[in-house]
Design a protein around this ligand. Sequence first.
Ligand SMILES: Nc1ncnc2c1ncn2[C@@H]1O[C@H](COP(=O)(O)OP(=O)(O)O)[C@@H](O)[C@H]1O
Ligand SMILES: [Mg+2]
Length: 196
Amino acid sequence: MLWKKGKRRYVWIVGPLVLKIPKFYLVDLHNALSWVIDGRIFRRVFLDGEGRRMGYLKRFRHVFHFLGRCVFSGVLENVHEVTCYFRARSRRKHKLLATLYLPLILVNVYRRENGVGRLSFDFDDLLSAALGLEGRGEFLTALVRCGHTFDNPENFSFNGDEVKILDYGEKRIKNLLFEYEGAIEKLLRLFVKDSA
Ligand SMILES: Nc1ncnc2c1ncn2[C@@H]1O[C@H](COP(=O)(O)OP(=O)(O)O)[C@@H](O)[C@H]1O
Ligand SMILES: [Mg+2]
């Protein structure tokens, strides 16, 4: 039995199972406080990107998103992993994803994947390799947009045969996966340690 602390979830590894439980504390608390302190909170809630006053509906959406990001980001990540896994499965694009057994949102249950820590990279190397592999700017842009996942090799595993994405709670990862599944797999394999 092992506890791990992810960025937004607590992870409990019990035998062959992994349980992800959302953190509820204010993950973005220091962000929120800095917004209040330097007055940006006013702009974020009342003004749009061009500095115009927003309508009530838009304000409500902003406040809702803001609170969501502060308090419920762990829950949102569990929700995104559920939708990502089932959408990917319906398109037969789920082989890179850690298997989700039970989508309960407040506790998601996954298969324990072996080989965490077998990949090693920093984000810049990953991006240069991605450019060499695909030669297309769109792939690079899509990867950059999923930077919170791809900046940490602990979010991936290699069991000697398959690479897996263990943390797919980022919203944009769905599109990346649907569009570039093969390229992501090739890219990750380049960074498997001791692969000779
Ligand atoms: N299915 C899994 N099998 C084995 N280890 C896992 C699995 N899912 C997550 N982990 C481990 O738990 C850590 C935290 O999980 P993660 O999904 O990244 O949470 P967070 O999104 O909060 O960062 C991962 O970096 C990984 O090392
Ligand atoms: Mg993570």
